[in-house]
Design a binder for this molecule. Sequence first.
Ligand code: SF4
Length: 350
Amino acid sequence: MGSPPVPIDIRQLDLDQITAALTDWGEKPFRARQIWQWLWQKGCRDFAGMTNLPLSLRDHLQERFMIRGIVEDKSQFSSDGTIKNRYTLHDGYKVESVLIPVPGEDRYTACVSCQVGCSLTCSFCATGQMKRVRNLDQGEIVDQVEMVNAQALERFGHPLTNIVFMGMGEPLLAYGPVMQSIERISAPDGLGFSPKRITLSTAGIAKMIRRLADDNPKVNLALSLHAADDLKRDSIMPINEQNNLESLMDALDYFYQVTRNRITYEYIAFDGFNDSLEDARNLARLTHRFPVRVNIIEYNPVEGVEMEKSPIDRLDAFAGELTRLGVTVTVRRSRGKDIDAACGQLANKD
Ligand code: SF4
């Protein structure tokens, strides 16, 4: 006698595959859509809780499938309201996401992770010091969104207004699961969240930016630029060696021409490295081909990294020069610094 089949994670299947499985069992196809809604719209993580299904079907599902969700491990609370959450995955690895509330602007942003670790080794980033282990699957990404959304509702009485793929990992290197999760997050039979309020942040992989343009999931794109000339960018972001600024500008131009979706440059200001007036002029030169706005971000210290944050007067002068040159700029004071939840600080530390 053979052993019973190992249950597979039902959230790895698409609707057609679930329908086919149910048809094999002699169930009506509409049951598949009901299951789909439980999984992706109502966030149900337990077949027993799918109360509009017959008991026999729930039992059958329980025997053949499982639902592999993420489990809350711990949360840390910043004095500025930011909450960093750590989750345990089914194989024991951990990832983090952050809730960034800005009640004055009615903005509640979830920053989610898409990989365990990251392969890109940007020199200023805590995640980059961890080895990349694996991509998250779509369910693990959607779970983060659902859990942070529940947290926003519980703590602030407000649902999420924005989602950024800016946590651990490079979204364009976890392309399949990231696209699937965006589909589930934005679908009417998923979470129904507008893709216009989703931003994918990349360290810059030209051919994947073009692919994203062709697939056009209608999301916004942010490039972690951090240096406006190749020599400097090579020195802090090794990915720039195969994806230099010219190739990235061509790809972003293509993205804008195809999608007309918003492009942002993220620019962490490092003291004496990329915050001079000349750096501002170099950066301004990268803003003429397509509409773009620049987010200047305060740097947060990361253990083992020698770079320092730009002093406030240099940062103001840098931003002022950009404004003078007609660039749309915002300066983002970092949030969640006291709990290592700010940009570049996610590293599963206790
Ligand atoms: S900044 Fe982003 S792409 Fe670079 S190492 Fe960190 S997580 Fe990876």
